[in-house]
Write a protein that binds this ligand. Structure first.
Ligand code: GAL
Length: 748
């Protein structure tokens, strides 16, 4: 049987690499994994700081139980170019920062300590994807995912693949394929017990198959009483294989689900039912620590996408992301578009070979995730390349016949080698008054883009982003335009049945190179800020959910007399899924408005827009007159279901400090997020409050990032990370004008 241990602590980090490290343990900094080689400033950072070589060392103490067994290290992800030695001998080299790799230690270990040395080269090496051109994101160096010590018998299970069929029938089928690891090519005989279980492990069906070569397969037919995996009810099952051979025993399990997913010329169908895709792109980065965030933070992003943004799909732009993130997508019913590493640039032959390998590594790692519905097998936004993309498509199809391929481009008339024409459509440009009527449409028509005389499966993979970057601190007018642009594209995508859906750019702001962003090394492209705190545009997505799930009522306003031009508050957009909304200002009679179906006829829930059709500006008073409180009320079936108060006299009243989780793991590098909000008397953010937030974390955790944080748009955030100690964690947050809040968390 296998023994698998996560190697969290005990690592030594070296800020530079010298060949001495290969065979000699040198004093360095004690670190835990996942680890970021160079922590960065939030803004105006120097992205060259991590583009060099680093070293990690680990003393692996020999265990007598390993005698005669296979011992290896599995790296879930290290950026960008890794070499691993044991006792001075090279055992692995991996030229990709996003996929896992193993280092076989068998036969090279001695009694006592064994020196593991890992060289990580964080340079943007033009020989390996995605490098060679400029890229609009950072690839933070380090062993930024987990490392596992794996001990098995000579013959073990390397991987499992579950393929389902007849998913929509009452009697479903599943085939479980096993791939064996047999590094010494030992001769053996044996069998595998293959069990289909509930996610919790209750056995539902089982069979035993003979095992002789490198692979085996067990087919299950006429499986009754099983449920589908879908976004509302993501039922998972587990395939568990127990291997029993003359050269070793092993057990491995994987989760899977029964579902069908098809992109067609009539849109996307999940389990035979039409589903319009409404998604956002996600980078896997966090402030200061880059990619080095563990399970909890990864899972939280998936939860935010599903529960806060109410999206049904996430695109892992532009690389395979953490399996913790993907596992969570399986559990909560969030669809995934996963793609290989790359950004616009295609390198030479060796580079392309590595990229084709990346397709293989991605598919083999992730083929059992029911949430993944399409493989992205092009370098994001690259030009056509017949030979290269013929190979990437062939690789994906040969490994997985159950999923379609896509390849994200922005060019028109692109050669369609994939199953789905996936395109970034950034045609939506400014629509000033004088252009009304002649303004370009928010989206091009599929045939215009494909250049084909017939429809093909078609999906919008990005829109907005750099066409309208919007900072959290930007004025209300800009926030409103940001909202409108996201909604206009979504509306257009909903209109056209050929379009499977649209995936906006992007979920949250991210750090980037000097060649992109606002000069501060941030692309302010998110519908959320870098802390995953919603900007107004986020509510545009949220409000598309059914009110049965959540009633949404979010007026896009700072409600101030003089924030917008001409001291107007109109037009006032209210993002909502209510039937109608009333706006009551001071003692004036309430004004009622219905969802604006004229402008947004196709959205599930058009926003309500108060303008001169509903409100006489003089009712709100002119410049020089009294400014009043207001109330926005949403109604469903004639009943008031939600109310938002807007203060005409906002003053700093509440310092709100909200933590995602209060119980953390001490044995892992476990991190949780804290959001700080400064609120007025009625609970609205104070968007222009100039205050500095002082943070102090004591006890069994540390603060990630600086202790002094400026409020931006009335809010800021940070992550708290366990240190390995067990016990209480005290988080103190204060500002000069708003006093102090204290949270107590616990690491156990
Ligand atoms: C796209 C690109 C994304 C991001 C986006 C910004 O061209 O694929 O990675 O840079 O633009 O809008």
């Amino acid at each position: 049987m296998r023994a698998v241990t996560k190697l969290v602590s005990g690592w030594t980090f070296h800020t530079s690499f010298s060949s001495d490290l290969v065979a000699t343990a040198e004093p360095g900094t004690a670190v835990r994994l996942p680890h970021n080689a160079v922590d960065l400033e939030m803004t105006y950072l120097d992205e060259r700081s991590y583009q060099k070589e680093f070293g990690y060392q680990y003393a692996l103490a020999w265990q007598p139980t390993w005698a005669g067994r296979e011992v290896s290290l599995r790296f879930d992800g290290a950026m960008a170019n890794s070499v691993v030695w044991v006792n001075g001998q090279q055992v692995a080299a991996h030229k990709d920062g996003y996929t896992p790799f193993s280092a076989r230690l068998t036969g090279l270990l001695k009694e006592g300590d064994n020196l593991i040395t890992v060289k990580i080269d964080g340079s943007e090496n033009p020989e390996i994807p995605p490098f060679g051109g400029q890229i609009d994101y950072l690839t933070y160096a380090g062993i930024y995912r987990d490392v596992w010590l794996q001990v098995t018998d000579t013959v073990s299970i390397a991987n499992l693949k579950v393929e389902t069929a007849n998913e929509l029938s009452d009697t479903k089928s599943a085939t479980v394929k096993g791939f064996l690891a047999n590094p010494t090519q030992a001769a053996y005989t044996g069998s595998a017990l293959v069990e289909l279980c509930t996610a919790e492990g209750t056995v539902l069906h089982q069979q035993t198959v003979e095992v002789s070569g490198a692979e085996f397969s067990a087919s299950f037919e006429a499986l009754a009483g099983l449920s589908l995996w879908n976004i509302d009810s993501p039922v998972l099952y587990m395939a568990r294989v127990t291997l029993n051979t003359s050269a070793g025993q092993d057990q491995l399990s994987t989760r899977f689900g029964f579902r069908t997913a098809h992109f067609t010329t009539e849109g996307f169908f999940l389990n035979g039912k039409h589903l319009k895709i409404r998604g956002l792109n996600r980078h896997q980065s966090y402030p200061y620590v880059g990619y080095a965030m563990g399970q909890r933070a990864q899972e939280k992003d998936a939860d935010v996408m599903k529960d806060v943004l109410k999206c049904n799909l996430v695109r892992t732009s532009h690389y395979p992301q953490s399996t913790y993130f993907l596992d969570r997508c399986d559990e909560i019913g969030l669809l995934v578009f996963e793609e290989i590493p790359g950004w616009q640039h295609i390198g030479g032959q060796a580079w392309q070979d590595e990229s084709v390998e990346n397709v293989r590594r991605m598919v083999e790692r992730d083929w059992n995730h029911p949430s993944i519905i399409i493989w992205g097998v092009r370098i994001n936004e690259s030009q056509d390349h017949h030979d290269f993309y013929t190979r990437t498509n062939a690789m994906a199809r040969s490994l997985d016949s159950t999923r379609q391929t896509g390849g994200v481009r922005y060019i028109e008339n692109s050669e369609l080698l994939e199953d789905v024409y996936t395109v970034n459509d950034f045609c939506h440009v400014a629509t000033p008054e004088w252009m009304k009527g002649i303004a370009p449409t928010p989206l091009r028509q599929p045939r215009q883009v494909t250049g084909l005389d017939h429809e093909v499966p078609y999906l919008i993979t990005e829109f907005n982003g750099h066409m309208y970057p919007t900072k959290r601190i930007d004025p209300e007018d800009r926030q409103a335009e940001h909202v409108s642009r996201h909604l206009q594209v979504l509306n257009k995508a909903y209109e056209n049945p050929v379009i499977s859906g649209a995936i906006g750019w992007c979920m949250y702001d991210y750090n980037t190179h000097k060649d992109f962003g606002a000069g501060d090394r941030i692309c302010h492209h998110g519908v959320m800020d870098i802390f995953r705190e919603p900007k107004f545009a986020a509510w545009g997505y949220t409000s598309q959910c059914s009110p049965a799930e959540q009633v949404v009522l979010e007026p896009v306003t700072y409600w101030a007399r003089g924030e917008k031009d001409r001291c107007e508050v109109l037009p006032l957009i209210v993002l909502t899924n209510c039937d109608y909304v009333e706006l009551k200002v001071g003692d004036f009679l309430p004004k009622r408005a219905e969802p604006d179906r004229e402008r947004y006829p196709h959205l599930p829930h058009a926003p309500v827009i108060f303008d001169s059709r509903h409100v006489n500006m003089s009712d709100l008073g002119a410049w020089g007159m009294l400014w009043r409180d207001a109330t926005v009320t949403g109604f469903i079936n004639g009943k008031a279901v939600s109310t938002v108060k807007l203060s005409g006299n906002p003053l700093p009243t509440t310092l709100q400090v909200q933590v995602d989780d209060t119980v953390l793991r001490a044995d892992e590098k476990d991190a949780t997020r804290v959001i700080v909000r400064t609120l007025d008397q009625v609970g609205r953010l104070l968007p222009f409050l100039d205050e500095v937030v002082q943070v102090e974390v004591t006890g069994a955790a540390q603060l990630l990032g600086p202790e002094l944080l400026p409020l931006k748009g009335g809010t800021t955030g940070f992550w708290v990370e366990t240190t390995g100690a067990v016990g209480d964690i005290t988080v103190r947050v204060s500002t000069r004008r708003m006093g102090e809040q204290v949270l107590t968390l616990h690491a156990e």
